[in-house]
Design a protein around this ligand. Structure first.
Ligand code: C5P
Length: 220
């Protein structure tokens, strides 16, 4: 079986993580959640007293934290300076600040380099999910997928994940984060010209997984 590099991009709540993990596990590929890396560097900034609204401060600290991602799709891990960050990176506080941190070019340079190193060392191939994987991080990926879904479907999925969160508030926060991610100068959320767009609004997770697996098998 040949090694294959798959880029899965799209806004929040389109099913990127669930799909990417399941597809990678099914095909024996590695998996990388690039959003978790941006969340991890954001968590480090917060816990080290860096004002995330101060782009210069964020830029000068960008090289400091050691971020290590585990690439097993059935057990994804992330550590920051040796500490398990998988819990803290999912808090509301990190979620509300990650777009500001990830818009800083020095942060993107640093994290992009990490991502390319991880992808290059995945012998069996890898599924990399994010916002700019097909456009910037891995422009030569064998397959690029761009997942979309209606704002209503995305908010409903996210509120289901965040137990107790109200759909309206989730929808507003999600729209705000996507707008910030899509409008930033450096490497915004965008569909690559050669990406296959899959609208997941009316599909089950199983259907999305099957669709992506079929697209990968066509490439191998
Ligand atoms: O995918 P997730 O929602 O965890 O991503 C968190 C944030 O990380 C995004 O809202 C975006 O600001 C940033 N991100 C990015 N580029 C990527 C992946 C995530 O800027 N490739």
């Amino acid at each position: 079986v040949e090694s294959v590099i798959v880029a899965i991009d799209g806004p929040s709540g389109t099913g990127k993580s669930s799909t990417s993990k399941a597809v990678a596990a099914k095909l024996g590929l590695s998996y990388l959640d690039t959003g978790a890396q941006y969340r991890a560097i954001t968590w480090w900034m917060i816990t080290n007293g860096v004002d995330v609204a101060d782009a210069d401060a964020v830029a000068s600290a960008a090289g400091k934290p050691a971020i290590v991602s585990g690439t097993d799709p059935s057990h994804p891990t992330i550590t920051v300076d040796g500490l398990d960050a998988s819990g803290p990176i999912r808090t509301q506080d990190v979620t509300s600040k990650v777009s500001a941190v990830s818009a800083v070019p020095e942060v993107r340079e640093r994290i992009t380099e990490l991502q390319r190193t991880i992808a290059a060392s995945a012998v069996q191939g890898i599924v990399v999910e994010g916002r700019d994987i097909g456009t910037t991080v891995l422009p030569d990926a064998d397959l690029k997928i761009f997942l979309t879904a209606s704002p209503e479907a995305r908010a409903a999925r996210r509120s289901g994940e965040l137990k107790g969160a109200d759909v309206h508030t989730t929808r507003e926060a999600l729209i705000k984060r996507d707008a910030a991610d899509s409008s930033r100068k450096t490497s915004p959320l965008a569909k690559a010209d050669d990406a296959v767009e899959v609208d997941t609004t009316d599909l089950t997770l199983q259907q999305v997984i099957e669709c992506v697996v079929t697209l990968i098998e066509e490439k191998r």
